[in-house]
Design a protein around this ligand. Structure first.
Ligand code: TMP
Length: 225
Protein backbone atom coordinates (compact mmCIF):
# COMPACT_ATOMS: atom_id res chain seq x y z
CA UNK A 1 0.00 0.00 0.00
CA UNK A 2 1.45 3.39 -0.95
CA UNK A 3 1.48 6.25 1.53
CA UNK A 4 -1.92 7.93 1.62
CA UNK A 5 -2.42 11.63 1.08
CA UNK A 6 -4.07 12.93 4.24
CA UNK A 7 -5.47 16.09 2.70
CA UNK A 8 -8.62 14.82 0.92
CA UNK A 9 -11.25 17.59 1.02
CA UNK A 10 -14.79 16.82 2.06
CA UNK A 11 -17.25 16.83 -0.83
CA UNK A 12 -19.94 18.49 1.26
CA UNK A 13 -20.81 21.68 -0.63
CA UNK A 14 -21.17 23.86 2.46
CA UNK A 15 -18.03 22.84 4.31
CA UNK A 16 -14.40 22.35 3.43
CA UNK A 17 -12.84 20.61 6.42
CA UNK A 18 -9.55 18.89 5.62
CA UNK A 19 -10.24 15.43 7.11
CA UNK A 20 -12.68 12.77 6.02
CA UNK A 21 -15.79 11.90 7.95
CA UNK A 22 -16.95 8.34 7.29
CA UNK A 23 -19.95 6.52 8.65
CA UNK A 24 -20.53 2.78 8.62
CA UNK A 25 -24.11 1.66 8.25
CA UNK A 26 -26.18 -1.48 7.87
CA UNK A 27 -28.69 -3.65 9.69
CA UNK A 28 -27.70 -5.16 13.02
CA UNK A 29 -25.22 -8.01 12.54
CA UNK A 30 -23.99 -6.83 9.11
CA UNK A 31 -20.31 -6.77 10.19
CA UNK A 32 -19.57 -3.05 10.54
CA UNK A 33 -17.17 -3.40 13.46
CA UNK A 34 -14.79 -5.64 11.54
CA UNK A 35 -14.63 -3.24 8.62
CA UNK A 36 -14.05 -0.29 10.96
CA UNK A 37 -11.24 -2.31 12.50
CA UNK A 38 -9.72 -2.83 9.07
CA UNK A 39 -9.90 0.82 8.04
CA UNK A 40 -8.41 1.80 11.38
CA UNK A 41 -5.34 -0.32 10.76
CA UNK A 42 -4.90 1.15 7.26
CA UNK A 43 -5.11 4.67 8.66
CA UNK A 44 -2.62 3.78 11.35
CA UNK A 45 -0.17 2.39 8.78
CA UNK A 46 -0.67 5.42 6.54
CA UNK A 47 0.05 7.75 9.47
CA UNK A 48 -3.32 9.46 9.18
CA UNK A 49 -4.74 10.72 12.48
CA UNK A 50 -8.23 9.38 13.15
CA UNK A 51 -10.72 8.63 15.87
CA UNK A 52 -13.43 6.01 16.12
CA UNK A 53 -16.79 6.65 17.63
CA UNK A 54 -20.30 5.22 17.66
CA UNK A 55 -23.95 6.10 17.76
CA UNK A 56 -25.90 6.26 19.86
CA UNK A 57 -23.12 7.12 22.30
CA UNK A 58 -19.56 8.34 21.82
CA UNK A 59 -19.81 10.99 24.55
CA UNK A 60 -20.55 10.80 28.27
CA UNK A 61 -24.09 12.04 27.73
CA UNK A 62 -24.54 10.02 24.55
CA UNK A 63 -23.59 6.78 26.32
CA UNK A 64 -26.27 7.44 28.95
CA UNK A 65 -28.82 8.05 26.20
CA UNK A 66 -27.63 4.83 24.53
CA UNK A 67 -28.44 2.82 27.64
CA UNK A 68 -31.93 4.24 27.73
CA UNK A 69 -32.52 3.64 24.02
CA UNK A 70 -31.24 0.08 23.83
CA UNK A 71 -32.50 -1.22 27.16
CA UNK A 72 -35.19 -3.84 26.45
CA UNK A 73 -36.81 -2.45 29.62
CA UNK A 74 -37.60 0.79 27.69
CA UNK A 75 -40.36 -1.07 25.85
CA UNK A 76 -42.94 1.73 26.30
CA UNK A 77 -40.75 4.33 24.54
CA UNK A 78 -42.77 5.96 21.77
CA UNK A 79 -41.44 6.59 18.28
CA UNK A 80 -41.12 10.38 18.62
CA UNK A 81 -39.18 10.03 21.86
CA UNK A 82 -36.96 7.49 20.09
CA UNK A 83 -36.22 9.88 17.20
CA UNK A 84 -35.43 12.71 19.58
CA UNK A 85 -33.21 10.62 21.84
CA UNK A 86 -31.13 9.34 18.92
CA UNK A 87 -30.92 12.95 17.74
CA UNK A 88 -29.96 14.21 21.19
CA UNK A 89 -27.07 11.76 21.36
CA UNK A 90 -26.03 12.85 17.86
CA UNK A 91 -26.17 16.57 18.67
CA UNK A 92 -23.79 15.98 21.57
CA UNK A 93 -21.47 13.86 19.43
CA UNK A 94 -21.47 16.44 16.64
CA UNK A 95 -20.27 19.25 18.89
CA UNK A 96 -17.96 17.28 21.18
CA UNK A 97 -16.34 14.88 18.75
CA UNK A 98 -17.16 15.25 15.07
CA UNK A 99 -16.72 18.94 14.32
CA UNK A 100 -13.60 19.54 16.48
CA UNK A 101 -11.83 16.49 15.03
CA UNK A 102 -12.50 17.08 11.37
CA UNK A 103 -11.59 20.73 11.83
CA UNK A 104 -8.27 19.57 13.31
CA UNK A 105 -7.52 17.31 10.38
CA UNK A 106 -8.41 14.13 12.27
CA UNK A 107 -10.50 11.63 10.35
CA UNK A 108 -13.70 10.53 12.06
CA UNK A 109 -14.96 6.97 11.65
CA UNK A 110 -18.37 6.49 13.15
CA UNK A 111 -20.34 3.33 13.66
CA UNK A 112 -23.69 4.80 12.42
CA UNK A 113 -24.85 8.39 11.97
CA UNK A 114 -27.81 10.22 10.38
CA UNK A 115 -28.57 7.55 7.81
CA UNK A 116 -29.42 5.15 10.65
CA UNK A 117 -32.25 7.48 11.69
CA UNK A 118 -33.54 7.62 8.12
CA UNK A 119 -33.35 3.81 7.76
CA UNK A 120 -34.60 2.75 11.22
CA UNK A 121 -37.01 5.52 12.20
CA UNK A 122 -37.93 6.60 8.65
CA UNK A 123 -38.25 3.32 6.74
CA UNK A 124 -38.50 1.01 9.78
CA UNK A 125 -40.96 2.97 11.93
CA UNK A 126 -42.59 4.89 9.08
CA UNK A 127 -41.76 8.49 10.07
CA UNK A 128 -41.81 11.09 7.32
CA UNK A 129 -38.36 11.35 5.76
CA UNK A 130 -38.57 15.07 5.04
CA UNK A 131 -39.44 15.78 8.66
CA UNK A 132 -36.57 13.57 9.85
CA UNK A 133 -34.22 15.30 7.44
CA UNK A 134 -35.12 18.71 8.83
CA UNK A 135 -34.50 17.48 12.39
CA UNK A 136 -31.17 15.99 11.34
CA UNK A 137 -29.98 19.15 9.61
CA UNK A 138 -30.53 20.98 12.87
CA UNK A 139 -29.09 18.16 15.01
CA UNK A 140 -25.86 17.89 13.02
CA UNK A 141 -25.43 21.58 12.14
CA UNK A 142 -25.61 20.21 8.61
CA UNK A 143 -22.32 18.33 8.90
CA UNK A 144 -22.85 15.08 6.95
CA UNK A 145 -20.48 12.18 6.35
CA UNK A 146 -18.34 12.43 3.22
CA UNK A 147 -19.00 8.76 2.69
CA UNK A 148 -21.49 6.33 4.18
CA UNK A 149 -20.26 2.76 3.84
CA UNK A 150 -23.33 0.53 3.71
CA UNK A 151 -22.88 -3.14 4.44
CA UNK A 152 -25.82 -4.86 2.85
CA UNK A 153 -26.79 -8.27 4.15
CA UNK A 154 -29.72 -10.67 4.22
CA UNK A 155 -31.74 -10.18 7.42
CA UNK A 156 -31.73 -13.86 8.46
CA UNK A 157 -27.96 -14.06 8.11
CA UNK A 158 -27.40 -10.81 10.01
CA UNK A 159 -29.76 -11.64 12.86
CA UNK A 160 -28.23 -15.11 13.05
CA UNK A 161 -24.82 -13.50 13.60
CA UNK A 162 -26.16 -11.46 16.55
CA UNK A 163 -27.66 -14.53 18.18
CA UNK A 164 -24.47 -16.52 17.84
CA UNK A 165 -22.41 -13.54 19.09
CA UNK A 166 -23.92 -13.09 22.54
CA UNK A 167 -27.43 -14.52 22.59
CA UNK A 168 -28.81 -11.28 24.10
CA UNK A 169 -30.64 -8.78 21.90
CA UNK A 170 -31.13 -5.08 22.65
CA UNK A 171 -34.48 -3.27 22.27
CA UNK A 172 -34.02 -2.58 18.54
CA UNK A 173 -32.50 -5.97 17.72
CA UNK A 174 -35.59 -7.54 19.34
CA UNK A 175 -37.83 -6.02 16.66
CA UNK A 176 -39.31 -8.60 14.27
CA UNK A 177 -37.87 -9.70 10.94
CA UNK A 178 -40.27 -7.49 8.96
CA UNK A 179 -38.94 -4.39 10.74
CA UNK A 180 -35.36 -5.34 9.87
CA UNK A 181 -36.39 -6.04 6.25
CA UNK A 182 -37.83 -2.52 6.04
CA UNK A 183 -34.62 -1.09 7.48
CA UNK A 184 -32.52 -3.01 4.95
CA UNK A 185 -34.70 -1.86 2.05
CA UNK A 186 -34.57 1.66 3.48
CA UNK A 187 -30.79 1.72 3.51
CA UNK A 188 -30.71 0.52 -0.11
CA UNK A 189 -33.24 3.19 -1.10
CA UNK A 190 -31.13 5.88 0.59
CA UNK A 191 -28.04 4.66 -1.25
CA UNK A 192 -29.93 4.84 -4.52
CA UNK A 193 -31.00 8.40 -3.78
CA UNK A 194 -27.41 9.50 -3.07
CA UNK A 195 -25.08 7.17 -4.97
CA UNK A 196 -22.13 9.57 -4.63
CA UNK A 197 -22.28 9.68 -0.84
CA UNK A 198 -22.87 5.93 -0.33
CA UNK A 199 -20.68 2.96 -1.01
CA UNK A 200 -22.69 -0.27 -0.88
CA UNK A 201 -20.86 -3.51 -0.14
CA UNK A 202 -22.33 -7.00 -0.30
CA UNK A 203 -21.69 -8.15 3.27
CA UNK A 204 -22.99 -11.69 2.83
CA UNK A 205 -19.68 -12.79 1.36
CA UNK A 206 -16.67 -13.89 3.40
CA UNK A 207 -15.12 -10.96 5.22
CA UNK A 208 -11.88 -11.02 3.20
CA UNK A 209 -13.91 -10.35 0.03
CA UNK A 210 -15.81 -7.49 1.64
CA UNK A 211 -12.56 -5.92 2.81
CA UNK A 212 -10.96 -6.38 -0.60
CA UNK A 213 -13.88 -4.68 -2.34
CA UNK A 214 -13.80 -1.87 0.22
CA UNK A 215 -10.11 -1.42 -0.44
CA UNK A 216 -10.58 -1.32 -4.23
CA UNK A 217 -13.65 0.90 -4.28
CA UNK A 218 -12.95 3.24 -1.38
CA UNK A 219 -9.30 3.33 -0.38
CA UNK A 220 -7.78 3.26 -3.86
CA UNK A 221 -10.34 5.69 -5.28
CA UNK A 222 -11.14 8.16 -2.49
CA UNK A 223 -7.91 8.12 -0.52
CA UNK A 224 -5.05 7.27 -2.83
CA UNK A 225 -6.78 8.24 -6.08
P1 TMP B 1 -25.36 -0.70 17.60
O1 TMP B 1 -24.50 0.36 18.18
O2 TMP B 1 -25.10 -2.04 18.16
O3 TMP B 1 -25.38 -0.69 16.13
O4 TMP B 1 -26.85 -0.41 18.13
C1 TMP B 1 -27.53 0.71 17.85
C2 TMP B 1 -28.97 0.33 17.54
O5 TMP B 1 -29.74 1.52 17.42
C3 TMP B 1 -29.11 -0.42 16.23
O6 TMP B 1 -30.14 -1.39 16.36
C4 TMP B 1 -29.59 0.63 15.27
C5 TMP B 1 -30.37 1.58 16.15
N1 TMP B 1 -30.37 2.97 15.69
C6 TMP B 1 -31.55 3.58 15.33
O7 TMP B 1 -32.61 2.95 15.36
N2 TMP B 1 -31.52 4.89 14.94
C7 TMP B 1 -30.37 5.63 14.92
O8 TMP B 1 -30.40 6.82 14.57
C8 TMP B 1 -29.14 4.98 15.32
C9 TMP B 1 -27.86 5.76 15.34
C10 TMP B 1 -29.18 3.66 15.70
Amino acid sequence: MTKAKPQGKTKHPRLSFPAKFISFEGIDGCGKSTLIESLSSWLEKAGIPFIRTREPGGTRIGEKIRELLLDPGSAEMNGRAEVLLYSASRAQLTDEVIIPNIKNGTWVLTDRYVDATFAYQGFGRGFDLEKLKAIQEWTTKDVWPDKAILLDCDVEIALGRITSRNGKKDRIEQENRIFHEKVREGYLALAEMEPERFLVLDAERPLENVIEEFYNRFWLVDVEG
